[in-house]
Design a protein around this ligand. Sequence first.
Ligand SMILES: Cc1cc2nc3c(=O)[nH]c(=O)nc-3n(C[C@H](O)[C@H](O)[C@H](O)COP(=O)(O)O)c2cc1C
Length: 232
Amino acid sequence: MGKISRFIKRWTPAREELKDTKQAIAMIRREYEGIPLDKKSVDPNPFKQFSAWFEKAVRDVSLDANAMTLSTVSEDGQPATRTVLLKEFDESGFVFYTNYRSRKGHHIQNNSRVSMTLFWPELMRQIHVEGNAQKVPETQSDEYFKSRPVASQLGAWASSQSEEVESRSVLKEKMKEYEKKFVDDIPRPPHWGGFRIVPHRIEFWQGRLNRLHDRICYSLEEEEWVIKRLSP
Ligand SMILES: Cc1cc2nc3c(=O)[nH]c(=O)nc-3n(C[C@H](O)[C@H](O)[C@H](O)COP(=O)(O)O)c2cc1C
């Protein structure tokens, strides 16, 4: 049994112990005993701190270490969240790719304020970022689009993301249509590309004993990152 499956077993009730959802929820409880996180021990640069945590997550987290919850806000102030994949990262921000005509795309075009959260249960760690989303340059989206598998490239053409679709077979037909249309090179759909989240607040959360977790928060104040410890 691997490190992770042992870990999961420890915190998951046995199948025969589960009677109903209410009881299942009540049975899920664990202590967090992560490595201490302190204002003195973190890097003064939040991007370097992010890299250190992300690299550890890629090594130690079972799957989808780059999956993050993205929150946007609708025109009438309704927040909406969904999972997207972090695809690029540097000191200018966090990049994910999507359909600009999707629900999230419309939200961002109307209100660029977004937040994103990565949670790595195995490490008892969470990173929460708040900032503004902006489209990446077209050349950057082109480059990333080219690196995707051909089927994913066709999928970007075939799917009018977030719109109602009659059936799965309609999607399959569209895939076939685009397969015929683009024989050699598949261009990037103009409505598909990256958003960069430019952060002004980055919080690192480390689970600790007795729910006394460590929270170290960087906020951008007059172009300087100010570091504070927050109550759990
Ligand atoms: C693990 C995972 C990764 C995903 N990655 C992306 C992604 O990188 N980009 C994307 O547009 N949708 C991604 N999705 C699908 C979104 O969660 C969502 O269903 C879709 O983008 C439509 O969202 P919207 O209608 O709010 O715009 C992913 C879903 C999961 C579960």
